[in-house]
Design a protein around this ligand. Structure first.
Ligand code: ATP
Ligand code: MG
Length: 489
Protein backbone atom coordinates (compact mmCIF):
# COMPACT_ATOMS: atom_id res chain seq x y z
CA UNK A 1 0.00 0.00 0.00
CA UNK A 2 1.27 3.43 -0.91
CA UNK A 3 1.24 5.42 2.32
CA UNK A 4 3.33 8.32 3.37
CA UNK A 5 4.03 9.08 6.99
CA UNK A 6 5.11 12.69 7.61
CA UNK A 7 8.78 13.20 8.48
CA UNK A 8 7.88 14.65 11.90
CA UNK A 9 6.08 11.44 12.87
CA UNK A 10 8.73 9.18 11.40
CA UNK A 11 11.49 11.01 13.31
CA UNK A 12 9.78 10.44 16.65
CA UNK A 13 9.19 6.76 15.93
CA UNK A 14 12.75 6.28 14.77
CA UNK A 15 14.17 7.90 17.88
CA UNK A 16 12.03 5.72 20.15
CA UNK A 17 13.04 2.59 18.20
CA UNK A 18 16.74 3.50 18.32
CA UNK A 19 16.42 3.70 22.09
CA UNK A 20 15.01 0.23 22.24
CA UNK A 21 11.26 0.99 22.45
CA UNK A 22 8.54 -0.28 20.16
CA UNK A 23 6.55 2.60 18.64
CA UNK A 24 3.63 2.70 16.21
CA UNK A 25 1.36 5.12 14.41
CA UNK A 26 -2.13 4.46 15.80
CA UNK A 27 -5.78 5.45 15.84
CA UNK A 28 -7.68 7.81 13.57
CA UNK A 29 -4.72 8.76 11.40
CA UNK A 30 -4.18 5.13 10.34
CA UNK A 31 -7.84 4.96 9.32
CA UNK A 32 -7.60 8.27 7.44
CA UNK A 33 -4.37 7.26 5.73
CA UNK A 34 -5.86 4.02 4.42
CA UNK A 35 -8.96 5.93 3.27
CA UNK A 36 -6.78 8.51 1.56
CA UNK A 37 -8.21 11.29 3.74
CA UNK A 38 -6.22 14.03 5.42
CA UNK A 39 -5.54 13.08 9.05
CA UNK A 40 -6.73 15.61 11.66
CA UNK A 41 -3.94 14.64 14.04
CA UNK A 42 -1.18 12.03 14.34
CA UNK A 43 -0.94 9.74 17.34
CA UNK A 44 1.87 7.45 18.35
CA UNK A 45 1.68 4.53 20.79
CA UNK A 46 4.82 3.24 22.45
CA UNK A 47 6.21 0.85 24.99
CA UNK A 48 8.21 3.69 26.59
CA UNK A 49 6.85 5.09 29.86
CA UNK A 50 5.96 8.79 30.06
CA UNK A 51 9.17 9.70 31.92
CA UNK A 52 11.22 7.81 29.35
CA UNK A 53 9.50 9.63 26.49
CA UNK A 54 10.09 12.98 28.13
CA UNK A 55 13.76 12.19 28.65
CA UNK A 56 14.18 11.57 24.92
CA UNK A 57 12.27 14.66 23.77
CA UNK A 58 13.24 17.82 25.57
CA UNK A 59 10.50 19.92 23.98
CA UNK A 60 7.56 17.98 25.37
CA UNK A 61 5.04 18.14 28.17
CA UNK A 62 3.06 15.64 30.19
CA UNK A 63 -0.08 16.80 31.88
CA UNK A 64 -2.90 14.31 31.85
CA UNK A 65 -3.73 11.08 33.47
CA UNK A 66 -3.91 9.12 30.24
CA UNK A 67 -0.18 8.47 29.97
CA UNK A 68 0.16 10.87 27.04
CA UNK A 69 3.23 13.02 26.38
CA UNK A 70 2.83 15.82 23.84
CA UNK A 71 5.89 16.54 21.72
CA UNK A 72 6.40 19.89 19.99
CA UNK A 73 7.92 19.27 16.59
CA UNK A 74 8.52 22.82 15.39
CA UNK A 75 6.48 22.01 12.26
CA UNK A 76 4.51 24.79 10.62
CA UNK A 77 1.65 22.47 9.64
CA UNK A 78 -1.22 22.69 12.12
CA UNK A 79 -1.80 18.96 12.46
CA UNK A 80 1.92 18.25 12.95
CA UNK A 81 2.95 21.02 15.37
CA UNK A 82 2.24 18.80 18.34
CA UNK A 83 2.21 15.03 18.29
CA UNK A 84 0.81 12.93 21.10
CA UNK A 85 2.80 9.94 22.21
CA UNK A 86 0.91 7.58 24.51
CA UNK A 87 2.28 4.65 26.43
CA UNK A 88 0.56 1.32 25.61
CA UNK A 89 -2.53 1.21 27.78
CA UNK A 90 -5.07 -1.29 28.83
CA UNK A 91 -8.19 -0.29 30.60
CA UNK A 92 -9.16 -1.98 33.76
CA UNK A 93 -12.54 -1.84 35.43
CA UNK A 94 -15.16 0.84 34.81
CA UNK A 95 -17.77 1.43 37.45
CA UNK A 96 -19.20 4.78 36.31
CA UNK A 97 -19.60 4.30 32.53
CA UNK A 98 -17.22 7.13 31.78
CA UNK A 99 -13.71 6.61 33.04
CA UNK A 100 -11.64 3.65 34.00
CA UNK A 101 -11.04 3.31 37.73
CA UNK A 102 -7.37 3.24 36.88
CA UNK A 103 -5.32 3.44 33.72
CA UNK A 104 -2.86 0.62 33.41
CA UNK A 105 0.14 0.10 31.20
CA UNK A 106 -0.16 -2.65 28.60
CA UNK A 107 2.72 -4.81 27.43
CA UNK A 108 1.92 -5.10 23.72
CA UNK A 109 0.49 -3.02 20.91
CA UNK A 110 -2.23 -5.66 20.42
CA UNK A 111 -3.40 -5.14 23.97
CA UNK A 112 -3.41 -1.38 23.43
CA UNK A 113 -5.46 -1.74 20.25
CA UNK A 114 -7.99 -3.95 22.02
CA UNK A 115 -9.08 -1.08 24.34
CA UNK A 116 -9.89 1.22 21.40
CA UNK A 117 -13.47 1.91 20.37
CA UNK A 118 -14.07 0.69 16.81
CA UNK A 119 -12.28 -1.72 14.50
CA UNK A 120 -11.48 1.03 12.00
CA UNK A 121 -9.83 2.99 14.83
CA UNK A 122 -7.96 -0.01 16.22
CA UNK A 123 -5.16 -0.42 13.72
CA UNK A 124 -1.48 0.44 13.99
CA UNK A 125 1.33 0.99 11.50
CA UNK A 126 4.75 -0.47 12.04
CA UNK A 127 7.38 1.60 10.27
CA UNK A 128 10.94 0.76 9.44
CA UNK A 129 13.09 3.34 7.75
CA UNK A 130 14.88 1.28 5.12
CA UNK A 131 16.88 4.03 3.48
CA UNK A 132 16.83 7.77 3.48
CA UNK A 133 13.36 8.67 2.23
CA UNK A 134 12.16 5.04 2.05
CA UNK A 135 9.79 3.51 4.53
CA UNK A 136 8.70 -0.05 5.05
CA UNK A 137 5.18 0.02 6.43
CA UNK A 138 3.18 -2.84 7.86
CA UNK A 139 -0.43 -2.68 9.05
CA UNK A 140 -1.26 -4.31 12.39
CA UNK A 141 -4.95 -5.07 12.27
CA UNK A 142 -6.12 -7.64 14.84
CA UNK A 143 -9.86 -6.83 14.61
CA UNK A 144 -10.52 -6.66 10.87
CA UNK A 145 -10.43 -2.87 10.60
CA UNK A 146 -9.30 -2.94 6.96
CA UNK A 147 -12.19 -5.14 5.96
CA UNK A 148 -14.64 -2.84 7.77
CA UNK A 149 -13.10 0.17 6.03
CA UNK A 150 -13.70 -1.53 2.70
CA UNK A 151 -17.30 -2.37 3.45
CA UNK A 152 -17.82 0.96 5.25
CA UNK A 153 -18.82 -0.37 8.63
CA UNK A 154 -18.48 1.01 12.16
CA UNK A 155 -18.14 -2.00 14.47
CA UNK A 156 -17.21 -2.00 18.14
CA UNK A 157 -14.02 -3.81 19.10
CA UNK A 158 -15.15 -6.86 21.08
CA UNK A 159 -18.55 -6.98 22.76
CA UNK A 160 -20.32 -3.68 22.03
CA UNK A 161 -22.37 -3.65 25.19
CA UNK A 162 -19.28 -4.11 27.38
CA UNK A 163 -17.45 -1.41 25.46
CA UNK A 164 -20.30 1.09 25.82
CA UNK A 165 -20.49 0.20 29.49
CA UNK A 166 -16.86 1.29 29.85
CA UNK A 167 -17.42 4.62 28.16
CA UNK A 168 -20.95 5.55 27.12
CA UNK A 169 -19.72 8.36 24.87
CA UNK A 170 -18.63 5.66 22.42
CA UNK A 171 -22.31 5.29 21.43
CA UNK A 172 -22.28 8.86 20.16
CA UNK A 173 -18.86 8.41 18.62
CA UNK A 174 -20.23 5.50 16.56
CA UNK A 175 -22.80 7.83 15.04
CA UNK A 176 -20.23 10.60 14.63
CA UNK A 177 -17.88 8.35 12.64
CA UNK A 178 -20.79 6.98 10.58
CA UNK A 179 -21.64 10.59 9.63
CA UNK A 180 -18.09 11.77 8.98
CA UNK A 181 -17.11 8.73 6.93
CA UNK A 182 -20.54 7.96 5.44
CA UNK A 183 -20.44 4.45 6.95
CA UNK A 184 -23.19 2.30 8.44
CA UNK A 185 -23.20 1.00 11.98
CA UNK A 186 -22.96 -2.76 12.26
CA UNK A 187 -26.11 -4.50 13.57
CA UNK A 188 -24.99 -5.66 17.01
CA UNK A 189 -23.21 -2.38 17.65
CA UNK A 190 -26.34 -0.41 16.75
CA UNK A 191 -28.51 -2.73 18.80
CA UNK A 192 -26.31 -2.20 21.85
CA UNK A 193 -26.71 1.57 21.46
CA UNK A 194 -30.49 1.26 21.27
CA UNK A 195 -30.55 -0.90 24.35
CA UNK A 196 -28.23 1.22 26.49
CA UNK A 197 -28.80 4.78 25.27
CA UNK A 198 -29.70 5.93 28.80
CA UNK A 199 -26.08 5.38 29.82
CA UNK A 200 -25.27 8.62 28.00
CA UNK A 201 -26.59 10.46 31.06
CA UNK A 202 -23.37 9.59 32.88
CA UNK A 203 -21.27 11.50 30.36
CA UNK A 204 -19.94 15.04 30.83
CA UNK A 205 -21.88 17.53 28.71
CA UNK A 206 -18.67 18.96 27.25
CA UNK A 207 -17.79 15.61 25.71
CA UNK A 208 -21.31 15.25 24.33
CA UNK A 209 -21.11 18.77 22.90
CA UNK A 210 -17.84 18.03 21.11
CA UNK A 211 -19.24 14.93 19.42
CA UNK A 212 -22.46 16.78 18.54
CA UNK A 213 -20.46 19.55 16.87
CA UNK A 214 -18.62 16.96 14.79
CA UNK A 215 -21.92 15.38 13.74
CA UNK A 216 -23.41 18.76 12.84
CA UNK A 217 -20.34 19.82 10.88
CA UNK A 218 -20.29 16.56 8.89
CA UNK A 219 -21.90 16.21 5.48
CA UNK A 220 -24.45 13.78 6.94
CA UNK A 221 -25.58 15.98 9.84
CA UNK A 222 -29.33 15.51 9.31
CA UNK A 223 -28.96 11.74 9.00
CA UNK A 224 -26.90 11.90 12.18
CA UNK A 225 -29.71 13.60 14.13
CA UNK A 226 -32.17 11.05 12.78
CA UNK A 227 -29.82 8.26 13.84
CA UNK A 228 -29.50 9.80 17.30
CA UNK A 229 -33.28 9.87 17.54
CA UNK A 230 -33.84 6.33 16.27
CA UNK A 231 -31.19 4.90 18.56
CA UNK A 232 -32.70 6.66 21.58
CA UNK A 233 -29.70 8.92 22.27
CA UNK A 234 -31.37 12.20 21.22
CA UNK A 235 -33.57 12.09 24.34
CA UNK A 236 -30.44 12.60 26.42
CA UNK A 237 -29.03 15.34 24.20
CA UNK A 238 -31.91 17.50 22.90
CA UNK A 239 -35.26 16.05 24.00
CA UNK A 240 -36.93 19.32 22.89
CA UNK A 241 -36.36 18.40 19.25
CA UNK A 242 -38.53 15.31 19.61
CA UNK A 243 -41.53 17.38 20.69
CA UNK A 244 -41.93 18.49 17.06
CA UNK A 245 -42.45 14.91 15.86
CA UNK A 246 -45.83 14.54 14.17
CA UNK A 247 -46.75 18.22 14.68
CA UNK A 248 -48.34 19.40 11.44
CA UNK A 249 -47.98 23.01 10.31
CA UNK A 250 -49.97 25.16 7.89
CA UNK A 251 -50.30 26.04 4.23
CA UNK A 252 -46.73 27.37 4.14
CA UNK A 253 -45.31 23.94 4.94
CA UNK A 254 -45.72 20.37 3.76
CA UNK A 255 -43.58 18.86 6.54
CA UNK A 256 -44.10 18.42 10.27
CA UNK A 257 -42.12 20.62 12.65
CA UNK A 258 -39.52 17.91 13.34
CA UNK A 259 -39.09 17.04 9.67
CA UNK A 260 -38.76 20.70 8.77
CA UNK A 261 -36.08 21.36 11.42
CA UNK A 262 -34.08 18.42 10.08
CA UNK A 263 -34.52 19.41 6.45
CA UNK A 264 -33.42 22.96 7.20
CA UNK A 265 -30.25 21.55 8.74
CA UNK A 266 -29.78 19.36 5.70
CA UNK A 267 -29.90 22.34 3.36
CA UNK A 268 -27.64 24.39 5.65
CA UNK A 269 -25.12 21.57 5.30
CA UNK A 270 -25.59 21.35 1.56
CA UNK A 271 -24.87 25.09 1.32
CA UNK A 272 -21.81 24.64 3.58
CA UNK A 273 -23.09 27.17 6.11
CA UNK A 274 -21.17 27.63 9.38
CA UNK A 275 -21.79 25.97 12.77
CA UNK A 276 -24.00 28.75 14.14
CA UNK A 277 -26.25 28.78 11.08
CA UNK A 278 -26.46 24.97 11.16
CA UNK A 279 -27.45 25.02 14.84
CA UNK A 280 -29.95 27.80 14.21
CA UNK A 281 -31.40 25.88 11.25
CA UNK A 282 -31.90 22.81 13.40
CA UNK A 283 -33.38 24.77 16.31
CA UNK A 284 -35.17 27.71 14.68
CA UNK A 285 -38.66 26.19 14.98
CA UNK A 286 -37.98 24.28 18.20
CA UNK A 287 -40.87 25.98 20.04
CA UNK A 288 -43.51 25.80 17.32
CA UNK A 289 -45.59 23.13 18.99
CA UNK A 290 -45.65 25.22 22.20
CA UNK A 291 -47.31 28.22 20.56
CA UNK A 292 -49.42 26.49 17.93
CA UNK A 293 -53.03 27.69 17.67
CA UNK A 294 -55.65 26.16 15.46
CA UNK A 295 -55.25 23.23 13.09
CA UNK A 296 -54.97 22.68 9.37
CA UNK A 297 -53.89 25.18 6.72
CA UNK A 298 -54.68 28.21 8.90
CA UNK A 299 -52.80 27.15 12.05
CA UNK A 300 -50.64 29.92 13.55
CA UNK A 301 -47.39 29.99 15.48
CA UNK A 302 -47.17 33.49 16.94
CA UNK A 303 -43.94 34.30 18.78
CA UNK A 304 -42.34 30.99 17.88
CA UNK A 305 -39.20 32.98 16.97
CA UNK A 306 -38.87 34.53 20.43
CA UNK A 307 -39.86 31.45 22.39
CA UNK A 308 -37.65 29.36 20.11
CA UNK A 309 -34.64 31.55 20.86
CA UNK A 310 -35.24 31.04 24.58
CA UNK A 311 -35.47 27.28 24.14
CA UNK A 312 -32.27 27.28 22.10
CA UNK A 313 -30.42 29.19 24.82
CA UNK A 314 -31.54 26.63 27.39
CA UNK A 315 -30.46 23.71 25.23
CA UNK A 316 -27.09 25.15 24.28
CA UNK A 317 -26.33 26.29 27.83
CA UNK A 318 -27.10 22.82 29.08
CA UNK A 319 -24.64 21.45 26.52
CA UNK A 320 -21.99 23.97 27.64
CA UNK A 321 -21.66 25.77 24.34
CA UNK A 322 -19.68 29.03 24.56
CA UNK A 323 -21.61 32.23 25.22
CA UNK A 324 -20.47 33.51 21.87
CA UNK A 325 -22.16 30.64 20.04
CA UNK A 326 -25.26 30.73 22.25
CA UNK A 327 -25.79 34.47 21.74
CA UNK A 328 -25.30 34.22 18.02
CA UNK A 329 -27.67 31.28 17.57
CA UNK A 330 -30.31 32.95 19.77
CA UNK A 331 -30.03 36.19 17.80
CA UNK A 332 -30.45 34.35 14.51
CA UNK A 333 -33.49 32.41 15.73
CA UNK A 334 -35.10 35.47 17.32
CA UNK A 335 -34.70 37.44 14.07
CA UNK A 336 -35.42 34.74 11.51
CA UNK A 337 -38.91 35.99 10.63
CA UNK A 338 -37.67 39.28 9.12
CA UNK A 339 -39.78 40.66 6.26
CA UNK A 340 -38.13 40.56 2.86
CA UNK A 341 -40.92 40.80 0.30
CA UNK A 342 -40.15 43.13 -2.58
CA UNK A 343 -42.33 46.22 -2.23
CA UNK A 344 -43.08 45.55 1.44
CA UNK A 345 -39.63 45.84 2.95
CA UNK A 346 -38.45 49.43 3.21
CA UNK A 347 -35.02 50.96 3.54
CA UNK A 348 -35.96 52.22 6.99
CA UNK A 349 -37.02 48.69 7.97
CA UNK A 350 -33.70 47.31 6.82
CA UNK A 351 -31.81 49.99 8.76
CA UNK A 352 -33.72 48.99 11.89
CA UNK A 353 -32.97 45.29 11.31
CA UNK A 354 -29.29 46.06 10.75
CA UNK A 355 -29.22 47.97 14.00
CA UNK A 356 -30.90 45.11 15.85
CA UNK A 357 -28.81 42.19 14.55
CA UNK A 358 -25.59 44.01 13.62
CA UNK A 359 -24.22 44.16 10.07
CA UNK A 360 -21.73 41.40 10.90
CA UNK A 361 -24.59 38.92 11.45
CA UNK A 362 -26.67 39.85 8.43
CA UNK A 363 -25.25 37.23 6.05
CA UNK A 364 -25.77 34.46 8.63
CA UNK A 365 -29.36 35.60 9.12
CA UNK A 366 -29.95 35.48 5.37
CA UNK A 367 -28.30 32.03 5.25
CA UNK A 368 -30.64 30.80 7.99
CA UNK A 369 -33.61 32.06 6.00
CA UNK A 370 -32.33 30.29 2.87
CA UNK A 371 -32.06 27.00 4.78
CA UNK A 372 -35.50 27.59 6.34
CA UNK A 373 -37.08 28.33 2.97
CA UNK A 374 -35.52 25.31 1.25
CA UNK A 375 -36.58 23.13 4.18
CA UNK A 376 -40.22 24.14 3.95
CA UNK A 377 -40.74 22.03 0.83
CA UNK A 378 -43.25 24.51 -0.58
CA UNK A 379 -42.57 25.18 -4.25
CA UNK A 380 -43.43 28.89 -4.14
CA UNK A 381 -39.92 29.52 -2.83
CA UNK A 382 -38.68 32.67 -4.50
CA UNK A 383 -34.93 33.15 -4.40
CA UNK A 384 -35.43 36.50 -6.20
CA UNK A 385 -36.95 38.00 -3.06
CA UNK A 386 -33.89 37.12 -1.01
CA UNK A 387 -31.51 38.45 -3.64
CA UNK A 388 -33.48 41.68 -3.75
CA UNK A 389 -33.30 41.86 0.02
CA UNK A 390 -29.51 41.38 -0.05
CA UNK A 391 -29.28 44.16 -2.61
CA UNK A 392 -31.25 46.50 -0.33
CA UNK A 393 -29.08 45.56 2.67
CA UNK A 394 -25.93 46.45 0.77
CA UNK A 395 -27.53 49.58 -0.62
CA UNK A 396 -28.42 51.05 2.76
CA UNK A 397 -24.97 50.16 4.12
CA UNK A 398 -23.19 51.60 1.12
CA UNK A 399 -21.52 54.91 1.77
CA UNK A 400 -23.71 56.83 -0.62
CA UNK A 401 -22.00 59.50 -2.67
CA UNK A 402 -22.23 62.59 -0.51
CA UNK A 403 -20.41 65.80 0.39
CA UNK A 404 -19.27 63.98 3.53
CA UNK A 405 -16.66 62.34 1.31
CA UNK A 406 -14.92 65.71 0.77
CA UNK A 407 -11.82 66.62 2.74
CA UNK A 408 -13.42 69.97 3.50
CA UNK A 409 -16.76 70.80 5.13
CA UNK A 410 -19.26 73.64 5.41
CA UNK A 411 -17.64 75.09 8.51
CA UNK A 412 -14.24 75.25 6.81
CA UNK A 413 -15.79 77.13 3.90
CA UNK A 414 -17.59 79.57 6.18
CA UNK A 415 -14.25 80.37 7.85
CA UNK A 416 -12.29 80.70 4.62
CA UNK A 417 -14.81 83.04 3.00
CA UNK A 418 -15.91 84.72 6.24
CA UNK A 419 -19.59 84.32 5.33
CA UNK A 420 -22.51 82.92 7.36
CA UNK A 421 -24.32 79.65 6.67
CA UNK A 422 -26.52 79.79 3.60
CA UNK A 423 -27.27 78.28 0.20
CA UNK A 424 -23.94 79.41 -1.19
CA UNK A 425 -22.08 76.97 1.06
CA UNK A 426 -24.23 74.07 -0.19
CA UNK A 427 -23.66 75.13 -3.79
CA UNK A 428 -19.88 75.23 -3.37
CA UNK A 429 -19.87 71.80 -1.70
CA UNK A 430 -21.91 70.29 -4.54
CA UNK A 431 -19.57 71.71 -7.16
CA UNK A 432 -16.51 70.47 -5.29
CA UNK A 433 -18.04 67.00 -4.99
CA UNK A 434 -18.87 66.83 -8.71
CA UNK A 435 -15.29 67.80 -9.51
CA UNK A 436 -13.89 65.21 -7.09
CA UNK A 437 -16.06 62.49 -8.67
CA UNK A 438 -14.57 63.41 -12.03
CA UNK A 439 -10.98 63.61 -10.72
CA UNK A 440 -10.53 61.99 -7.28
CA UNK A 441 -7.07 63.55 -6.82
CA UNK A 442 -8.85 66.89 -6.47
CA UNK A 443 -10.20 65.78 -3.11
CA UNK A 444 -7.20 67.18 -1.29
CA UNK A 445 -7.38 69.81 1.44
CA UNK A 446 -4.91 72.42 0.05
CA UNK A 447 -6.43 72.24 -3.41
CA UNK A 448 -10.00 72.44 -2.10
CA UNK A 449 -9.20 75.54 -0.04
CA UNK A 450 -7.81 77.28 -3.11
CA UNK A 451 -10.80 76.17 -5.21
CA UNK A 452 -13.29 77.50 -2.61
CA UNK A 453 -11.86 81.00 -3.08
CA UNK A 454 -12.13 80.76 -6.87
CA UNK A 455 -15.72 79.51 -6.73
CA UNK A 456 -16.73 82.35 -4.41
CA UNK A 457 -16.12 84.75 -7.30
CA UNK A 458 -18.31 83.08 -9.98
CA UNK A 459 -22.05 82.68 -10.54
CA UNK A 460 -22.88 79.26 -9.12
CA UNK A 461 -26.45 78.72 -10.36
CA UNK A 462 -25.59 76.87 -13.52
CA UNK A 463 -22.49 75.17 -12.07
CA UNK A 464 -24.57 73.76 -9.24
CA UNK A 465 -27.19 72.47 -11.65
CA UNK A 466 -24.52 70.55 -13.55
CA UNK A 467 -22.94 69.34 -10.35
CA UNK A 468 -26.22 67.91 -9.07
CA UNK A 469 -26.75 66.04 -12.30
CA UNK A 470 -23.24 64.60 -12.10
CA UNK A 471 -23.79 63.42 -8.51
CA UNK A 472 -27.12 61.79 -9.44
CA UNK A 473 -25.53 59.93 -12.36
CA UNK A 474 -22.75 58.66 -10.11
CA UNK A 475 -25.27 57.39 -7.54
CA UNK A 476 -27.21 55.53 -10.22
CA UNK A 477 -24.02 54.02 -11.56
CA UNK A 478 -23.11 52.65 -8.13
CA UNK A 479 -26.64 51.34 -7.62
CA UNK A 480 -26.35 49.42 -10.89
CA UNK A 481 -23.14 47.80 -9.65
CA UNK A 482 -24.84 46.59 -6.46
CA UNK A 483 -27.89 45.42 -8.41
CA UNK A 484 -25.64 43.52 -10.82
CA UNK A 485 -23.98 41.78 -7.89
CA UNK A 486 -27.34 40.34 -6.76
CA UNK A 487 -28.90 39.86 -10.19
CA UNK A 488 -31.59 42.36 -9.35
CA UNK A 489 -33.30 44.47 -11.98
P1 ATP B 1 -10.58 12.54 14.67
O1 ATP B 1 -10.44 12.54 13.22
O2 ATP B 1 -11.82 13.22 15.12
O3 ATP B 1 -9.37 13.00 15.44
P2 ATP B 1 -9.94 10.02 15.83
O4 ATP B 1 -10.32 8.63 15.44
O5 ATP B 1 -8.51 10.38 15.75
O6 ATP B 1 -10.83 11.01 15.00
P3 ATP B 1 -9.79 10.81 18.54
O7 ATP B 1 -10.88 11.22 19.46
O8 ATP B 1 -8.75 11.79 18.15
O9 ATP B 1 -10.49 10.21 17.28
O10 ATP B 1 -9.09 9.57 19.22
C1 ATP B 1 -7.91 8.94 18.70
C2 ATP B 1 -8.01 7.43 18.85
O11 ATP B 1 -8.10 7.09 20.23
C3 ATP B 1 -9.24 6.82 18.21
O12 ATP B 1 -9.04 6.54 16.83
C4 ATP B 1 -9.45 5.57 19.05
O13 ATP B 1 -8.55 4.56 18.63
C5 ATP B 1 -9.03 6.02 20.42
N1 ATP B 1 -10.16 6.56 21.22
C6 ATP B 1 -10.51 7.85 21.34
N2 ATP B 1 -11.56 8.00 22.15
C7 ATP B 1 -11.89 6.77 22.57
C8 ATP B 1 -12.88 6.25 23.44
N3 ATP B 1 -13.78 7.06 24.02
N4 ATP B 1 -12.91 4.92 23.65
C9 ATP B 1 -12.02 4.11 23.05
N5 ATP B 1 -11.07 4.52 22.23
C10 ATP B 1 -10.99 5.84 21.97
MG1 MG C 1 -7.69 12.18 16.30
Amino acid sequence: MDMKIPKEVENIIEKLQKNGFEAYVVGGCVRDLILGREATDWDIATQAKPEEIQKLFSDSYYENKFLTVTIRTGSKKNNLKEIEVTTFRSEAKYTDKRHPDEVKFAKTIEEDLSRRDFTVNAMALEIQSVDVGRQNIEIIDPFGGQKDLETKIIRAVGNPEDRFGEDALRMMRAIRFACQLDFTIEGKTLEAIGKNAAWLQAIAKERIRDELIKIIMSDKAADGIELLKNSGLLKYIMPELEKGIGVSQNRHHIYTVYEHNLLSLKFAVQKKFNLEVRLASLLHDIAKQEVKEGEGPEATFYNHDFVGAKFAVRILERLRFSNEIINKVALLIRSHMFVYDVGVVTEAGIRRLLKRVGPENMQDLIDLRIADRLGSGVPKAQPYRLRHFQYMVEKVQHDAISVKMLKINGNDIMKILEIPAGPKIGAILDVLLAEAIEEPEKNEKKYLEKRVKELAEVDLTQLRQMAKQKIEEKKEEEDLVIKGKYWVK
